[in-house]
Every structure is written in structure tokens, then in C-alpha cells.
Design a protein. Structure first.
Length: 324
């Protein structure tokens, strides 16, 4: 059963870094896959897990960029494109052929607030990349996760899940007007619902799952936002440099990766799963807040629609249908 969605008093905070969270944790002999592991907080997640002793595999759409970004970090880079189902299947097939266990899967890759774009199947790209690609990858890797006899799946969501729930009647904006922030919010809600679905199906087999908000971190994820927009939101200063200001929720990259590695490794979460976390803590349920699209909010908590058991099952059924 999913754990109670309430804080556990971890002793960490929004200022904690990935290395601080991993202090004293030995991941020698463990294998981790980190999607998006060559950009933003994904790079820091890969580095920190490797520094703690894990073998880290980074699937990459852009192999040249991955090699350059990860130079000096002892990780394995494999080709894979989350927007290409055949590419995902090929990656899964290569990994499963090794017959090895997979202890940690961090689904960190994503796109945000992009103009309306569709993949080869006609699916809206944010939903296809942020959710469906990870659904296909995770379910494909299920035999390896079972083999670990104690695996964790980490779904990197966002406070952006507050912008929208999943529109099960029109997830690809075929009949409604497209809004990039609504599409982003839908995909981030899907990330949370998916983690709950994984945890429900995996608990008996030793697979636990967590969703999380990493914090507001200025990385390549903001590439579809204009400089004027970023400056108006206080995300960059007058010189165009990223702002780090915990009082307003803006974190550094090491701080942004902390909740990901905590969910992936912390013994504080042993026996738990199916919860949404932020600031290295299990979040409360947030009933009333401002959901203005694109707004950076410091309100801590998960929206009820992102942890609704009926929506968890509806999304799983829809995702199976869309990834056949």
C-alpha cells in the first residue's frame, strides 16, 4: 500500500545537497539508470550516485553532448530517445540481455512549456516525452527491477503538476486549445500518478516508487522561455545569470538533485513508497493554493488530483493503450 502522504521529519531541508544526502551511503554493487543524466540536475544525480559507488548508466538522445557533459565522470552512456518507442525498446533489450538487476531507475529527463509539437504517433510531445517514454522504459525494465529484490523507481515531477490534472478525454490537445503550461502541468501530474501506479504494482516484488519536485533550478529545461520572461519571474539577474534564492524557492543544481538521490537511496524511506516528496521530505497534501500557470510558488505540497487512486488506474490503462 502507498505510504501516508505526510512529512517524516527527515532532518534535511531545501538547502541540503545531493552529497549531503548521500553521506555515509555505500552504493557499491548497485546499478542505476538516470534518464536526462547529462543535463541539469540529472548530471548532478549521475555524478552523486557514481561518487557513492553505484554503477551509473545514462541513456542519451544526443551522444556527443552526453560525452562532453559527463567527461570526467565514470558513467556508461547508451543511445536512447524517449520520444522514439523503437529506441526505448532497443535500450531495454540491450539491458535485459545482460541478465543483471537494476536497483535504481531515476526518470529525470523532461521538456517544459514548449510550443505545440507532436511525435511520430501524433502524441503531444510533453506528455509523450515526460510520461509515456518513461512509462515504456520502466515497464520494459520491470524484469531487471524485480531481479534487484529491492529496487526504487524515482519519477522527477514538478510543482508544475498544480497547473493541470490529466485530461483523459483529450491528453494530446486534439480538441482543446493548446497551452504549453497546461500541457506541462498535465505531464507532471502524470509523473506523480505513474509513481503511485508503479509502487502499487511493484511493492510485492520489492519495487518501490517515489515522485518528487526538485525545486526551481535554472537549467536547459527553461530553453523555451524568453530571457524577458525569466527575468520577470526573478529566475535570472540583470546579467542573465541564474538566481539561487532559497527564500523564493530557487535552488542550486546540487540542492536540486538532493531529493532525487534521497528518494533513490535513503534508508529513511525503507518500507515506504507511493508518495510525492520535495525539499528532501515527504510532502503534505495541498488543498488550496494559487495554480497560476508558470508561477513559481513556495507552497509545499502535492495537489489531490495527482495522488487520486482512480486517476492512477485510468492513467495506467491509457498509457498501456498508447504505448502498444
Amino acid at each position: 500500500m502507498s505510504s501516508v502522504q505526510t512529512p517524516i521529519h527527515s532532518g534535511f531541508s531545501m538547502a541540503s545537497t545531493a552529497d549531503e544526502v548521500l553521506a555515509g551511503i555505500d552504493l557499491t554493487g548497485k546499478t542505476a539508470i538516470v534518464t536526462g543524466g547529462y543535463s541539469g540536475i540529472g548530471t548532478e544525480t549521475s555524478r552523486a550516485l557514481r561518487a557513492a559507488g553505484a554503477r551509473v548508466i545514462v541513456p542519451a538522445r544526443d551522444l556527443a553532448k552526453a560525452r562532453k557533459t559527463l567527461e570526467g565522470i565514470d558513467v556508461e552512456i547508451e543511445p536512447m530517445d524517449l520520444a522514439d518507442p523503437a529506441s526505448i525498446d532497443a535500450f531495454v533489450e540491450r539491458f535485459l540481455a545482460r541478465g543483471e538487476p537494476l536497483h535504481i531507475l531515476v526518470n529525470s529527463a523532461g521538456v517544459m512549456a514548449m510550443p505545440l509539437t507532436r511525435d511520430a504517433r501524433g502524441y503531444e510531445m510533453q506528455f509523450a516525452t515526460n510520461h509515456l517514454g518513461h512509462f515504456q522504459l520502466t515497464t520494459g525494465l520491470w524484469p531487471a527491477l524485480k531481479r534487484a529484490h529491492g529496487a526504487r523507481v524515482v519519477s522527477v515531477s514538478s510543482r508544475g503538476h498544480r497547473f493541470a490534472g490529466v485530461d483523459f478525454d483529450d491528453p494530446h490537445f486534439e480538441r482543446r486549445e493548446y497551452d504549453p503550461w497546461m500541457a506541462y502541468g498535465q505531464s507532471k501530474t502524470a509523473n506523480v500518478l505513474f509513481a503511485l501506479g508503479v509502487d502499487k504494482r511493484g511493492e510485492a516484488e520489492g519495487i518501490r516508487a517515489f515522485a518528487l519536485h526538485p525545486g526551481a533550478i535554472i537549467t536547459d529545461l527553461i530553453r523555451h522561455m524568453s530571457e524577458d520572461d525569466l527575468r520577470a519571474r526573478g529566475a535570472i539577474d540583470d546579467e542573465g545569470r541564474p538566481v539561487v534564492d532559497l527564500a523564493r524557492g530557487f535552488k542550486s543544481v546540487p540542492q536540486g538533485a538532493a531529493t532525487s538521490v534521497w528518494c533513490a537511496t535513503s534508508p529513511q524511506l525503507d518500507g515506504m513508497g507511493g508518495v510525492y516528496c520535495e525539499d528532501v521530505e515527504v510532502s503534505p497534501v495541498l488543498v488550496d493554493a494559487d495554480n497560476t500557470p508558470g508561477r513559481v510558488s513556495n507552497d509545499v505540497g502535492v495537489r489531490p488530483w495527482a495522488i487520486d487512486p482512480e486517476a492512477v488506474e485510468r492513467l495506467w490503462t491509457l498509457s498501456e493503450k498508447l504505448t502498444v
